[in-house]
Design a protein around this ligand. Structure first.
Ligand code: APR
Length: 258
């Protein structure tokens, strides 16, 4: 486990004006939500998401796809934000501007108290019409699964981005803009394999920002990142905050209870 943070990173973080944080499935791992690409524990070890997380799969097997997301919804409802989530809430209080961008669809950042989160891949707690009617409340005990859209009768589907689908244009534009304008970007718990999200650290580096990777393992970003902190989000982030601002008297690091 990591026990030191590079001294030059502490100085850069202390003086940063705009920090961007990009999170991926690894950020939720310590909350009990399995990641996508880890052979032993990832969701993909038990299921074949390429057969479930596509519009074609939903058209062919709507009930199976609905049930898979219903199962994940239950899993996420049981999960709790961890110390790393709370450290990001605290970081947002410490720096002038923080933009939090997530690829996760579990809503854990919001549940930990982050007010503004750019969700690149949607949110599985929401549903929307498979046609064009937009989002809809999740029916409590529908007669058929997937439930029909109350407006047009087409099936409701999870409000997430499936393979082969475009990301929400507003969210992507905001994320791109923030990555190009920040002075420091953290890439945490993501394999940086899935584009366009994986390009955001590159956008920041190309614009002259520093990039910190927080991940127990190497990723394609590791060789370009300014610093790599090899450890897990729930331990590295509280340590980073403690080391960066511990000297400041009268400012408790974590004012929220668990
Ligand atoms: N703390 C930090 N990083 C961790 C932790 C942890 N506790 N546990 C695992 N990781 C790292 C893994 O080493 C891996 O690099 O998190 C990463 C998870 O990678 P993926 O499972 O590929 O998740 P992600 O990068 O978010 O995937 C991107 O792919 O399937 C799509 O839409 C899905 O949003 C997802 C996207």
């Amino acid at each position: 486990m990591i026990s030191t943070i590079p001294g030059d990173l502490l100085g850069v973080l202390r003086s940063a004006r705009h920090v961007v944080v990009l999170t991926g499935a690894g950020f939720s791992a310590e909350s009990g939500v399995p990641t996508f690409r880890e052979a032993q524990t990832g969701l993909w070890a038990r299921f074949r998401p390429e057969e479930l997380a596509t519009p074609e799969a939903f058209a062919r097997h709507p009930r199976e796809v609905w049930d898979w997301y219903a199962w994940r919804r239950v899993l996420v409802a049981k999960a709790r934000p961890h110390a790393g989530h709370r450290a990001l809430v605290e970081l947002a209080r410490r720096v002038p501007t923080l933009t939090l961008i997530t690829q996760n669809v579990d809503g854990l950042h919001q549940r930990s108290g982050c007010r503004e989160v750019i969700e690149l891949h949607g949110n599985l707690t929401r549903v929307r019409c498979a046609g064009t009617c937009g989002t809809s409340p999740l029916p409590e005990s529908p007669d058929t699964l997937p439930p029909p859209c109350p407006c047009c009768g087409q099936p409701l589907r999870p409000d997430v981005v499936w393979f082969g689908e475009s990301l929400p244009a507003d969210a992507l534009a905001q994320a791109w803009q923030a990555a190009g304008a920040c002075d420091l970007l953290f890439s945490i718990g993501t394999s940086t394999l899935v584009y366009p999200a994986a390009a955001l650290p590159e956008v920041a580096l190309d614009a002259g920002a520093s990039v910190v990777e927080v991940n127990p393992d190497e990723t394609p970003l590791s060789r370009r990142a300014t610093w790599c902190l090899r450890g897990k989000a729930a331990s590295v982030l509280p340590l980073l905050l403690e080391r960066t601002w511990a000297q400041e008297k009268g400012k408790p690091l974590q004012s929220d209870d668990d």
